[in-house]
Design a binder for this molecule. Structure first.
Ligand code: CMX
Length: 130
């Protein structure tokens, strides 16, 4: 397996207007804004060097709106890029890791699967195979 890298960091926000902070002070622009209807979110990707910030604004009930209600704005998940998502999931499953997605699904950036925060030290982990 190749060394993994951080693919993006997901931040739950009340509004994608939060992106103006990154633009104003860090010269980082939202390069892509899209809706993900099955997750009930609107997202903006901002490239920061090799990695990205993903701002997540809820469009209605769902994982992100629940997170905002319980915890307020903040880091929602960390996404790690892997080259073989199926083999990572298989090894995690065999080790008893709590998986939210036992098989990958199509996400905004390729094949994705979420790992429950209770198995990762409190961070919702997303695996991404672009
Ligand atoms: N990061 C860290 N901890 C989290 C969390 C997060 N994002 N979301 C919930 N938790 C914690 C809760 O605080 C709670 O902890 P305690 O038991 O100590 O209170 C625990 O996890 C369980 O929380 P819950 O409220 O019972 O569970 P939820 O119904 O909120 O579900 C989760 C949590 C992670 C299983 C659910 O949000 C999920 O399936 N997420 C994956 C999908 C997703 O997040 N989609 C949005 C992003 C889409 C995208 O980027 O494309």
């Amino acid at each position: 397996m190749k060394t993994v890298k951080i693919h993006h960091i997901g931040i739950a926000v009340n509004s994608l207007e939060r992106g103006t902070f990154w633009n104003q002070f860090l010269n980082v622009k939202a390069e892509e804004i899209k809706e993900i209807p099955d997750q009930n979110v609107k997202i903006a990707f901002l490239s920061v060097g090799e990695t990205k910030i993903e701002l997540l604004e809820p469009l209605g009930e769902g994982a992100v709106s629940k997170f905002l209600e319980k915890r307020g704005e903040g880091i929602h998940h960390i996404a790690v890029q892997v080259d073989d998502i199926n083999s990572v999931l298989t090894r995690m499953k065999e080790a008893g890791v709590t998986l939210i997605d036992e098989t990958p699904r199509e996400g905004a950036e390729g094949k994705i699967a979420f790992v429950h925060p209770k198995s990762t030290g409190g961070i919702l982990l997303e695996l991404v195979q672009p």
